[in-house]
Design a protein around this ligand. Structure first.
Ligand SMILES: NC(=O)c1ccc[n+]([C@@H]2O[C@H](COP(=O)([O-])OP(=O)(O)OC[C@H]3O[C@@H](n4cnc5c(N)ncnc54)[C@H](OP(=O)(O)O)[C@@H]3O)[C@@H](O)[C@H]2O)c1
Length: 274
């Protein structure tokens, strides 16, 4: 259920991801996504594709103000000496004067940098006008609580976390909802894994659609923002069309029940997951 005080409500519910996409692949994916109708693009400093993403935005026929652009500050830029300059560098690569959303990509590994310090820098960057909204990513329940106690209510637009049918992450989602923080679900297809699931394929058959549409529609039905990526125009079109699919309560319950804690993004610096 949507919390009335929720921030992040102007984040387009469906975006396009760019993880792993480099150079021409990133440029082409973002160019096609904008042509297909996507107006929300997710990148990050560590993806090494901000320059290609920026060129695709610049070369597109879509006005900058119509596009919601997210980037993320990487782990080695969280300290005071580097944070602001790293954001300025991202903006230069993106050829933008501001991003719409700036995230802390991961909580500082082993608390190497203090959260007070890097969230303070995040807020400062917002006050400087370099981003419209700020948020967090991969934060655990304890870290969400700490972040809210530092920044206050209504400041954190989103927590971007892994959410797909094999990792529904319900506990973290519930805590975000309590604090009015929108949840962005990343890796909605578990990088392709869930698209082969029999339950999902049966639901797809029932509706005469693809497994990808079912998964995107499931994320949207849960009021999540979701950011599937694709290098193919046909798949981008399919993912965009998924906004028209309405699953029934039985479909949603069946997909919810597929949760098996199967996490795809678990680098060695991950926090202690809930
Ligand atoms: N905050 C974080 O720490 C974090 C971590 C991971 C990811 N993310 C974000 O989340 C985004 C999404 O995650 P992801 O890209 O890793 O994985 P994903 O979106 O779950 O899956 C992408 C894979 O699905 C395939 N695919 C896409 N649409 C399809 C369709 N309609 N039919 C069949 N296959 C389809 C793609 O292949 P094709 O290219 O062949 O279509 C690609 O192999 C990332 O790009 C990134 O922006 C954030």
């Amino acid at each position: 259920m949507t919390n009335a005080n929720q921030s992040g409500s102007n984040i387009p519910a469906l975006g396009v991801g760019t993880f792993r996409l480099k150079d021409d692949e990133a440029y082409n994916s973002v160019s096609m996504a904008l042509e297909v109708g996507f107006r929300h693009i997710d990148t990050a400093q560590i993806y090494g594709n901000e320059e290609a993403v920026g060129r695709a935005i610049k070369d597109s026929a879509v006005a900058r103000e119509e596009i919601f652009v997210t980037t993320k500050v990487w782990n080695d830029k969280l300290n005071k000496a580097k944070f602001v300059n790293s954001v300025k560098e991202s903006l230069t690569k993106l050829q933008l004067s501001y991003v719409d959303l700036l995230l802390i990509h991961w909580p500082s590994p082993e608390n190497g940098e203090s959260m007070e310090e890097y969230l303070g820098e995040l807020l400062r960057v917002k006050q400087m006008g370099l981003t419209k909204e700020i948020g967090i990513s991969n934060f655990t329940i304890a870290q969400i609580e700490q972040a809210v106690s530092i920044l206050g209510n209504g400041v954190i637009a989103t927590n971007q976390i892994e959410v797909h049918p094999y990792l529904t992450n319900e506990k973290v989602r519930a805590v975000c909802n309590t604090h009015g923080i929108k949840v962005t679900g990343y890796m909605p297809f578990a990088v392709g894994k869930v698209l082969k699931d029999d339950t999902i394929l049966n639901i797809a058959d029932k509706h005469g659609v693809s497994a990808a549409e079912v998964v995107v529609a499931w994320e949207l039905a849960h009021d999540l923002v979701t950011i599937p990526s694709s290098t193919k125009r046909k798949n981008l079109e399919t993912n965009f069309t998924a906004q028209q699919l309405r699953l029934d309560a039985d479909d949603i319950a069946k997909i919810d029940a597929l949760d098996r804690g199967d996490r795809q993004a678990a680098p060695d610096f991950s926090p202690a997951w809930d």
